[in-house]
Design a protein around this ligand. Structure first.
Ligand code: PGA
Length: 239
């Protein structure tokens, strides 16, 4: 495990973007696992900036996102489909058919989960997986207490997750209570993992995840067993 302490959020974003950029340079047809949330926004912004300077080329890259809310149309501005379009996909030369976000609108969700895993496997698995960490230790939407060996599946979101993400929705009633998420088994199969954490509010959970016992109560703690984990964090009081 490599832990890189960033000086600021901007520094974290540049460092994370550098690692992703290096992956794309070393393997132009790589498979990237992508995350949503507040933390990756600066990373995506930096990647777009470098793309505009012709420093990074996504033309051969394939991407798979970690999760999506159940019941939100991909056109819904709160969906993770929309987040990805707005914050990355619409601004770089990723091919339209090379970007994948789980579909939370299909009738047969169990089948959609199986197909998502099969599609990732058919691309040879994920080369570099970008991850955030929830305040409750979740990675993607794998909430505390879930089995580590799960594949893509449907989850009921924890109250703390609903509260953390409520800021993106009008009212709590508007918020989907379920999500489709890549499972920990697939995340752990990624060849490399890049975990990013920003802000004082992530300090305790990051310590538990990286140095505490490996426990399903802290889903991110399983990452201690990954052979190629890089953590870029900015969890100091000062910004
Ligand atoms: P955040 O979310 O980047 O918005 O803090 C992280 C997560 O819940 O995985």
């Amino acid at each position: 495990m490599k832990i890189i302490h960033a000086k600021s959020y901007a520094d974290l974003s540049r460092k994370a973007a550098n690692i992703i950029s290096a992956q794309v340079i070393l393997k132009p047809n790589c498979v990237l696992g992508l995350a949503t949330g507040s933390t990756p926004l600066g990373t995506y912004k930096q990647l777009i900036e470098w793309y505009n300077k012709d420093d990074i080329d996504f033309s051969q890259v394939t991407t798979f996102n970690l999760d999506e809310y159940v019941g939100l149309d991909p056109a819904d501005p709160q969906s993770y489909h929309a987040y990805m379009r707005e914050n990355l996909f619409d601004h770089v030369n990723l091919r339209k058919n090379a970007v994948h976000v789980p579909d939370g609108m299909v009738e047969d969700l169990a089948d959609a989960c199986k197909r998502y895993d099969a599609l990732i496997q058919s691309h040879g698995g994920i080369d570099l997986q970008l991850l955030g960490i929830g305040k409750n230790g979740h990675i993607a939407f794998n909430e505390p207490g879930e089995a580590f060996e799960k594949d893509t599946h449907i989850v009921t979101l924890e109250t703390s997750t609903l509260q953390a993400n409520r800021r993106f929705f009008g009212t709590e009633e508007d918020m989907p209570k379920h999500a489709i998420t890549m499972g920990i088994r697939m995340i752990m199969q990624a060849k490399k993992i890049l975990l990013i954490a920003d802000g004082e509010s992530k300090r305790d959970i990051l310590n538990k995840a990286l140095y505490g016992p490996i426990s399903a109560q802290v889903p991110a703690s399983i990452l201690q067993l990954h052979p190629d984990l890089t953590v870029v964090c900015h969890v100091e009081d000062k910004t």
